[in-house]
Design a protein around this ligand. Structure first.
Ligand code: NAD
Ligand code: ZN
Ligand code: ZN
Length: 390
């Protein structure tokens, strides 16, 4: 089959690789019809996630048709149309039973590698380094799906791929970002990053009762989408001091909740401050550039919540722990527990409450994955979300 393979920094190629096969009784093989490129894939593309190997098959956002099932998969049949969540989860362990699917205790065979960096290991993720399981990903024609009786959700034929594909990751992730804010109604929520994840967090914040949502980014086309498609008030961090501006917009208090939908490759409008973190990152003195996280903490109102859904990898510098501690802030975070949300969000899509496909800007063929990665990375052609069709 054809698959998008990591070749090293800023280099992916679509190559011929062996077809996946059933290895365990609870596996299924899915013929992929649509798959997407994620901001998380850019962290791999840029070489910031350790334990990638030449030839690794990328991709963790995919859907398609079940073509083979292991003998213990009773919930799926050949021919079913399914969306597959990006975290691989057994459904039975203590983490899964508590709804922490991305922390499954049975899905990462390389837990020892993750423990070195993280203390304890999270669960496995499709196409996301050997430290997180070494599973082949879904930017390919086929994928092996472990624990296929737990994760994949069947989707009805009348909903086109684009309306449901994003249930594999970024719609539940955006939703979880808003849910972590503990909204009860009437809050002001600020979201750093108007990428696909941030945009879906903004929409979700309104679904969960926020009164105002403020979007922070520097790309005018993304801020325009935030305003037009997600009803957010845009703030361009190239033009204003974000902490100051947010204070002014909220009567001096700051937003009730702040969502970091940027993660480890944050950018700073000040060349000096951006250079500081870039240099430290290059010298491996810190692994991540936490500009958005620092600002989110400094901006949040006293006693408020900071939700981190942007992905971080290791260690950061100049972390404002004093602000966090002295002002009774709550920090909540996680790789999304997609399985917790996907069925409920599918129902919302079916009822017409939301159509997450508004973030999709580019449709390419699988063979054009390298073009998709470059365009997305450079934010060319007003790119927000690339979908690849097989
Ligand atoms: P993206 O690259 O399209 O968007 C990131 C946006 O952040 C860009 O628009 C960029 O301009 C903006 N940005 C950079 N520095 C900023 C700053 N200092 N302040 C405000 N905005 C800034 O990526 P995406 O697909 O939207 O993903 C966003 C993040 O979410 C990534 O870190 C990705 O890994 C993460 N993610 C997490 C999960 C999860 O389960 N927690 C799932 C999917 C994606
Ligand atoms: Zn993703
Ligand atoms: Zn589990």
């Amino acid at each position: 089959m054809r698959a998008t393979c990591w070749q090293g920094r800023e280099n992916v190629r679509v190559e011929e690789v062996p077809d996946p096969q059933i290895m365990n009784a609870r596996d299924a093989v899915v013929r992929i019809t649509s798959t997407a490129i994620c901001g998380s894939d850019l962290h791999l593309y840029h070489g910031y996630i350790p334990t990638m190997r030449h030839g690794d098959v990328l991709g963790h956002e995919f859907m398609g048709e079940v073509v083979e099932v292991g003998p213990e998969v009773e919930t799926l049949r050949i021919g079913d149309r399914v969306v597959v969540p990006f975290p691989i989860a057994c459904g039975n362990c203590r983490a899964c039973q508590s709804g922490f699917y991305s922390l499954c205790e049975n899905s990462n065979p390389n837990a020892g590698l993750a423990e070195k960096l993280l203390g304890h290991s999270p669960g496995g993720i499709f196409g996301y380094s050997h430290m997180l399981g070494g599973y082949a990903g879904g930017q390919a024609e086929y994928a092996r799906v472990p624990f296929a009786d737990v994760g994949p959700i069947k989707v009805p034929d009348e909903l086109p791929d684009e309306k449901v594909l994003l249930l594999s990751d970024i719609f539940p992730t955006g939703y979880m970002g808003a849910e972590l804010c503990g909204l009860t109604g009437g809050e002001v929520v600020a979201v750093w990053g108007a990428g696909a994840v941030g945009l879906l967090a903004m929409r979700s914040a309104y679904l969960l009762g926020a009164e105002r949502v403020i979007a922070i980014d520097r790309f005018p086309y993304r801020l325009r989408m935030a305003r037009e498609q997600a009803g957010a008030e845009p703030l361009n961090y190239d033009d204003v001091d974000v902490v100051e501006a947010l204070r002014e917009m909220t009567g001096g208090r700051g937003p009730d909740a702040c969502i970091d939908a940027v993660g480890m490759e944050g950018h700073h409008s000040s060349a000096v401050l951006h250079g500081y973190d870039r240099a430290k990152q290059s010298a491996r003195l810190e692994t991540d550039r936490p500009h958005a996280l620092r600002e989110a903490i400094m901006s949040c109102r006293n006693g408020g919540t900071v939700a981190v859904i942007g992905v971080y990898g290791g260690y950061v510098d100049k972390f404002p722990i004093g602000s966090l501690m002295n002002r009774s802030l709550t920090l909540r975070t996680g790789q999304c527990h997609v399985q917790r949300y996907s069925r409920m969000l599918l129902d919302r899509i079916r009822r017409g409450e939301i159509d997450p496909s508004f973030v999709i800007t580019h449709r390419l063929r699988l063979d054009d994955a390298p073009i998709g990665y470059e365009m997305f990375r450079q934010k060319q052609d007003e790119c927000v979300k690339v979908v690849l069709r097989t």
